[in-house]
Design a protein around this ligand. Structure first.
Ligand SMILES: C[S@@+](CC[C@H](N)C(=O)[O-])C[C@H]1O[C@@H](n2cnc3c(N)ncnc32)[C@H](O)[C@@H]1O
Length: 295
């Protein structure tokens, strides 16, 4: 995803005081859970300077006023500028092996042909489409299954890319040739520089704009939740609150997949580790314990 460069331009520098930085980082933390330490000062400047220039504002003090006057619309732009959306197809491939080797066979053994999966913090769609491809590869009679993959993100720009499902060819260059040919189509209009995700995978995924800190609009439990490389930007309190909400939203024995550096150690004791940042919800744990409103 293209975001403004994180290096700090030196020409025509817009005044950005410590007070401006504190105001904006508190605003973003309250809105999204994403906390920024002092080391993120340059990142804030570089991500937002282009926005100020587009708005014709002289400095960050004026931007704070603009944000106060246009809270609904500008908070979306602000958040879109400050999220980190790094992702890739089949990132952390052992997670997709786990679906193929453990989850699908267990479903089959139970004679249950339904699966509801949430990719929470899905960025531009590579994660939910990788899940969809994994299911297409491992369930040959998928037409007889009820599969739903719900993909959500707070950033409306990346979400729009996911809905579009078109990627630069180099985003899939690392994948196995058979997989590339089977699940992606070359976009003739781009001389093959871009590919689109195949229709079968696209049909399995529904994208929705959603902030994890806001009420959750789901009425049925999920069997699997992917929330990878999202809580790494949150405080420990927000992470604990979120993981407890995931526990309430999972079906009995459901699985939670976290990013490679996001263990549940000291975060929740309601899950058993299946290794490699895959967790299984324990049966019979009090579902209300520790959740409630966003911290
Ligand atoms: C680094 S990306 C991870 C993408 C994907 N899960 C992966 O691991 O490849 C983190 C994503 O979380 C999203 N995010 C951050 N805070 C969020 C929130 N409060 N609600 C929903 N999404 C959020 C960001 O917009 C970003 O797209």
């Amino acid at each position: 995803m293209s975001k403004q460069s994180d290096s700090c331009p030196t020409l025509d520098r817009l005044a950005f005081t410590r007070e401006d930085f504190d105001y904006l980082r508190h605003f973003v933390a309250a809105a999204t859970g994403i906390v920024a330490g002092d080391d993120k000062y340059t990142l804030y400047y570089s991500r937002l300077a282009a926005r100020l220039r587009r708005l014709g504002l002289a400095d960050f003090r004026a931007y704070r006023d603009y944000l106060k006057q246009n809270p609904e619309t500008e908070s979306i732009e602000l958040v879109n500028s400050l999220t980190t959306n790094l992702t890739s197809f089949f990132r952390e491939p052992h997670h997709f092996d786990f679906i193929r080797e453990q989850i699908v066979p267990a479903r089959r053994r139970a004679g249950d042909k339904r699966m509801r999966i949430w990719s929470a913090g899905c960025s531009s769609g590579e994660e939910p489409y990788s899940i969809a491809i994994t299911l297409l590869q491992s369930i040959l009679d998928i037409a007889h299954w009820e599969i739903e993959i719900v993909a959500t993100d707070i950033d409306s720009h990346v979400l729009a890319s996911g809905v579009e499902g078109i990627y630069a060819y180099d985003r899939i260059a690392h994948l196995d040739a058979t997989l590339r040919e089977r699940y992606f189509r070359r976009d003739p209009a781009s001389d093959g520089a871009r590919v689109s995700i195949c229709e079968e995978a696209r049909r399995l995924v529904q994208f929705r704009h959603h902030n994890l800190l806001h009420p959750w609009p789901f009425h049925r439990p999920f069997d699997v939740i992917f929330c990878r490389n999202v809580v790494i930007y949150f405080s420990q309190d927000t992470k604990r609150w979120l993981v407890n909400r995931f526990a309430e939203t999972l079906a009995d024995g459901g699985h939670l997949f976290m990013g490679h550096s996001e263990s549940l150690y000291r975060t929740s004791d309601r899950f058993d580790s299946c290794g490699n940042t895959v967790y299984r919800l324990q049966a019979g744990v009090d579902a209300r314990d520790g959740a409630g409103g966003a911290p």
